[in-house]
Design a protein around this ligand. Structure first.
Ligand code: UDP
Length: 465
């Protein structure tokens, strides 16, 4: 979801603002048909979708991780993508191929077909930098890996990153996806440009560093086209409307929204502790409760994932919790209409796994955050939010495995809602909300960046006027 939602928004912009016809291509093996349809059904008529056929993956060793499956799937789907693109030629010339940042295996295909190849980053400039550095580490004069470097990685303009904050898969070469990531990053030099779902005020020094490199020809141009925040749909499900109805009945600026994205999973112990902390904080909360993991995996795409849709996550809350907190909180199972929740006047804070879309949605609504990163690049996002931009607080973590005790949950919520630090991050979140609105306005830099790219594509087709 974290990749599809902003990619769909990009397609919408290209269609509505720039007159392109767009085809969003997904993969059978990776698709959740119902969830995809919910995102894609509201697209304009000139945005169509295509699902590439399933490919065989049964030769991979049993128990292989999600990352390996995903990269293999993308690689093996290339013949189908080629067939699709060749068949589309009859519909008119193709202006560009835009691939997800995990799908750069498609860039050589774009070059082969004589079509500009762009990479869409549903993420930060900082992650572009980290990916780029990964390739340099392997191809430079002194090949190495991140763990050979000093504990703090200082990339141009980026927040200093400790090894533990680097995204999953990047830290050492023994990780099964490491080699795939290096390959991804190596192909970056072949891109004609990067479209990044971020904006300058959020990571200004990193953006400037990329501008300098593009001017020197050292790296393809990086266009800040974000923040993309999905326009909320008006046809929410009944339980989603319940959630908004509940918020309507709460005082303005009184509720902490708690959610860990579309893939985050807490352990049973952590779910219990979070519940205790929210209850003792004395503040109102809206908590999207997901099925806990039983194997310690904090990513529902991991080994303990799978279809648990028949199970009730609320059954894992402490005995009597729902009854005791019913005047202060609402716990909903699985999913909430997040964009509308964050934009609601009752919402004052967001305890978040720091997925990049969640981050941008929170900033677009001026809502400060409490960071609770779980997997992927979320720890790095938490560093950007706390140390670089000052829009978030971190709960104290006293255990190696990242476990947060109930009293620390309560302390973080109280600090956000009542404390000095809370006041400071709230102010900063408002400042970034204004900046986000400014860059997204019709003459704002994000719009102009996409217009520039669209102009190049049109010029390539010979109708640049
Ligand atoms: N989302 C939502 N309701 C939920 C959980 C998630 O609408 O209960 C949406 C959220 O608004 C965001 C996306 O799903 O657009 C999650 O993307 P993100 O990058 O934050 O995290 P991921 O799910 O990829 O970890």
């Amino acid at each position: 979801m974290g990749h599809l939602i902003p990619l769909a928004e990009l397609a919408r912009r290209l269609a509505v603002d720039h007159g392109f016809a767009a085809t969003i291509v997904t993969l059978t093996n990776l698709s959740d048909t119902a969830a995809d349809a919910a995102v894609l059904s509201s697209m304009p008529a000139s945005v169509s979708t295509a699902v590439l056929p399933a490919v065989a993956l049964d030769d991979l060793p049993p128990g292989v991780g999600f990352g390996t499956l995903m990269f293999e799937l993308l690689r093996r789907s290339l013949p189908h993508l080629r067939a699709l693109m060749c068949s589309a030629v009859g519909l008119g010339p193709t202006a560009a191929l835009v691939c997800d940042f995990f799908g750069t295996a498609a860039l050589p295909l774009a070059a082969d077909l004589g079509v500009p190849g762009y990479v869409f980053f549903p993420n930060s400039f900082t992650l572009v930098s980290v990916m780029r550095r990964l390739a340099e580490l392997h191809d430079g004069a002194a090949p190495g890996e991140y763990r050979d470097l000093p504990d703090t990685l200082r990339l141009p303009g980026c927040v200093p990153l400790r090894h533990a904050e680097l995204p999953d898969g990047f830290r050492e070469r023994t990780d099964p996806v490491y080699a795939y990531l290096v390959e991804e990053a190596r192909r970056y030099g072949r891109a004609d440009g990067f479209l990044v779902n971020s904006f300058e005020e959020l990571e200004s020094a990193v953006a400037e560093a990329f501008d300098r490199d593009a001017a020197d020809g050292a790296f393809p141009p990086v266009y800040p086209v974000g923040p993309f925040v999905r326009s909320s749909s008006s046809n929410e499900e009944a339980d989603e409307l319940d959630c908004l109805g509940w918020l309507d009945r709460q005082p303005a600026g009184s509720v902490v929204y708690v959610s860990f994205g579309s893939g985050g999973a807490l352990t049973v112990e952590q779910t219990f502790e979070l519940a205790t902390g929210l209850e003792t904080s004395g503040h109102r909360f809206l908590w999207v409760v997901r099925m806990p993991s039983h194997d310690g995996n904090n990513n529902a795409l991991g080994a303990d994932g799978g279809d648990r849709s028949q199970d009730d996550p609320l059954a894992w809350l402490p005995e009597g919790f729902l009854e005791r907190t019913k005047s202060m909180g609402l716990a909903v199972a699985g999913w909430a209409p997040q964009v509308r929740v964050l934009a609601h006047p009752a919402t004052a804070g967001f305890m978040s796994h720091c997925g990049w879309n969640s981050t941008l949605e929170s900033l677009a609504s001026g809502v400060p955050m409490i960071t609770w990163p779980l997997y992927a690049e979320q720890k790095m996002n938490a560093a950007i939010l706390t140390e670089l931009t000052g829009v978030a607080l971190r709960p104290a973590v006293r255990r190696e495995d990242g476990f947060v005790a109930g009293e620390e949950v309560a302390a973080a919520v109280r600090e956000l809602m009542e404390g000095e630090k809370g006041r400071a991050v709230r102010q900063q979140a408002r400042r970034l909300q204004e900046a986000a609105a400014r860059v997204r306005s019709p003459e704002g830099p994000s719009r102009l960046a996409l217009e520039k790219v669209a102009g190049k594509w049109k010029a390539g087709l010979g109708n640049g006027d």
